[in-house]
Design a protein around this ligand. Structure first.
Ligand SMILES: [Cu+2]
Length: 191
């Protein structure tokens, strides 16, 4: 038989090759079981999913924001930075009183939600344009936000403080501008 046509296309593994193969299979299995396990340490929470569309969702969310936006003594709407045109600050209703709506849009999350410790909230989230990520920090709770889908998570904050929402899905450019790295929102938990 000529040398150029070996009987078997494969050769027996040598020792190092076999070790690396076993390591990569084991690592693949670890990564695989981490996905469902992440559910138990609350890195990925269960969500309900509904169909929506960006225009419909925008209307519902803006109505929600107008209704629950925090007002000052003179009845003026309050924003997160105290300036007109800032992101609205909303006293979110707990589960018994209504649903909460969060909008992701290049490149902001709105509104800034003010929640109460140990109350339970149903939080809807959808995108008006691209795929965005909802990454609550420093808790590291991660959910994808997609246009045309309304994800609802139920959560009960158990510590007070200011938490940040970071977009952890690279969201493209809009009008030839890039702003993914600036897409940071806020959630405030009060007593
Ligand atoms: Cu984004």
């Amino acid at each position: 038989m000529p040398l150029s046509t070996p009987k078997n296309w494969w050769q027996p593994f040598n020792k190092e090759e076999r070790i690396w193969l076993y390591i990569s299979i084991a690592w693949g299995l670890i990564m695989f079981v981490m996905m469902p396990l992440g559910h138990f340490w609350n890195q990925n929470v269960s969500s309900e999913t509904y169909k929506t569309d960006p225009e419909e969702y925008r209307q519902i969310a803006d109505k929600f924001i107008a209704h629950y936006q925090r007002k000052d003594a003179k009845g003026e709407a309050i924003t997160h930075n105290g300036k007109p045109g800032g992101i609205p600050l909303v006293d979110a209703p707990s589960k018994e009183n209504g649903d909460v709506f969060l909008v992701a849009q290049a490149w902001q999350f709105r509104p800034v939600l003010v929640l109460k410790k140990n109350k339970t909230y149903r939080i809807h989230m959808s995108s008006l344009d691209y795929q965005h990520g909802f990454s609550l920090q420093p808790q590291n709770l991660n959910i994808q936000i997609l246009p045309y889908y309304d994800f609802v998570i139920t959560m009960s904050p158990n510590e007070t403080g200011k938490f940040f929402l970071i977009c952890n899905e690279y969201c493209m450019f809009a009008g030839e501008k890039f702003g993914h790295d600036t897409m940071v929102g806020q959630v405030i938990v009060e007593d």
